[in-house]
Write a protein that binds this ligand. Structure first.
Ligand SMILES: Nc1ncnc2c1ncn2[C@@H]1O[C@H](COP(=O)(O)OP(=O)(O)OP(=O)(O)O)[C@@H](O)[C@H]1O
Ligand SMILES: [Mg+2]
Length: 396
């Protein structure tokens, strides 16, 4: 069918025509904003889930809702940066947020104070002052300059929160890939949110990342559990998966036969990204509506090779030979979480010998630890891919 009208969105973070099956998280978020606007407190969220389940899409939806409610939105995607880089990026985002709150010419005393604290916050990582260029204010000595991210963030967020409250607005921080924060950074962020919540300031944080986040909370754990819910999003059930395929098509007066929907679910397992990829390929494969099971069958080859050459492949490309063998051995054992000792045994080594390899894979975001001593793939269907990518197995 016509590629011009292909409605599917097989791209990272691309908002699908319909966001299916996430009604609960969207309702929780709206409630959170509504309550904060009324000066009440409410637990925020850390959304967890495997690769490609729709975490970034959900944050995008939260952004939309926040803007419609006139909140200022601060978005940040964490990558593996050191502390200085995190501080610098955060500084830039806070600067934008302050300017969005009101133009500099109309800054109140509170906004000026927040800007002064931003200067002290960023002076160590931006000595030339390019971050605060145009904000010609004195550094707020004694605030935001303790050389301790936790203490400094408290000063900064409290000041920004006070400026926002005064302007009758609020600040939503949306942090993606939050599992890449070090535990010190994570604790600092949680601690600062704890402070602004105590002061009933209209500032909140929603994070999204791989399922190891709750563990990351470390020493900040008891706060974290009080401040956040940790909803896990995953594959869609059969009804939602069907809707994710069928409703975008119906907008274009195209339908799927029941057999096609069944065949599609068997391939995708209901994973949102896989649904988009298969829908896209099926649209191209089918000549006319309704899309039939044979169209799904003929699309499945393109679908699989597309996934293999991009989504799966990019993760494997970064891995060393030993890391690949480790992943392949895990795949040999199956898609479920695997015990470190079982993987080692299969590879004829001791767990301690392979401990560093396993830790590296976790660090790279390829594996996560659903419970102590176990590791699982962060990418759905990765075990099947490993069989295809290394048919020879995991031997040297
Ligand atoms: N609720 C949904 N219904 C239908 N499609 C969705 C839904 N959520 C996400 N998608 C689609 O799934 C794909 C992956 O979404 P997204 O990039 O948000 O996942 P993610 O969880 O952030 O993945 P990653 O961990 O790799 O960053 C995109 O193609 C998006 O269009
Ligand atoms: Mg994402």
């Amino acid at each position: 069918m016509d590629q011009l009208t292909n409605p599917y969105t097989p791209n990272a973070g691309a908002e699908p025509p319909v966001i299916v099956g996430r009604e609960d998280q969207i309702a929780s978020f709206s409630l959170l904003l509504g309550r904060l606007q009324r000066g009440r407190t409410e637990q925020s969220m850390m959304i967890t889930g495997l690769r490609g389940v729709g975490k970034t899409v959900l944050l995008g939806k939260f952004r939309e809702i926040s803007l419609a409610e006139n909140w200022v939105v601060l978005e940040l995607e964490v990558s593996k940066h050191d502390e200085a880089e995190f501080r610098r990026v955060l500084g830039y985002r806070v600067r934008t947020a302050l300017l969005e709150l009101s133009p500099r010419s109309r800054w109140s005393e509170r906004a000026k104070r927040a800007a002064a604290i931003l200067r002290s916050f960023s002076v160590s990582v931006d000595p030339a002052g390019s971050l605060t260029a145009g904000i010609d204010l004195e550094i707020a000595e004694g605030y935001g300059d303790h050389a301790d991210l936790g203490l400094d963030l408290v000063d900064l967020l409290v000041a920004v929160g006070e400026a926002a409250a005064e302007a009758g607005r609020g600040l939503v921080m949306l942090i993606d890939e939050i599992q890449f924060l070090s535990s010190a950074q994570f604790e600092a962020v949680i601690g600062a949110i704890h402070k602004v919540v105590q002061r009933r300031l209209p500032v909140t944080l929603v994070g999204a990342g791989l399922p190891q986040i709750p563990e990351l909370a470390g020493d900040a754990k008891s706060y974290a559990e009080r401040l956040f819910k940790f909803p896990e999003i995953g594959s869609l059930d059969r009804g939602d998966a069907d809707a994710a395929l069928a409703s975008p098509a119906s907008e274009e007066q195209v339908s799927f036969s029941p057999e096609a929907l069944r065949a599609a679910f068997e391939l995708t397992g209901g994973y949102p990204y896989f649904i988009q990829e298969l829908g896209y390929a099926a649209w191209s494969a089918a000549a006319i509506s309704p899309i039939e099971a044979v169209d799904i069958a003929s699309a499945s080859e393109v679908y699989e090779s597309k996934l293999d050459s991009s989504f799966f492949r990019v993760r494997l490309d970064r891995a060393t030979a030993l890391q690949r063998r480790y992943l392949r051995a895990m795949a040999e054992l199956g898609p479920e979480p695997q015990k470190a000792s079982d993987v080692a045994e299969l590879m004829g080594r001791r767990s301690t010998q392979l401990g560093p390899t396993r830790a590296e894979l976790i660090n790279m975001g390829l594996l996560y630890t659903p419970q102590h001593g176990y590791a699982a793939f962060t990418v759905p269907h990765f075990d099947r891919f490993m069989h295809r990518a290394m048919p020879e197995g995991f031997a040297d």
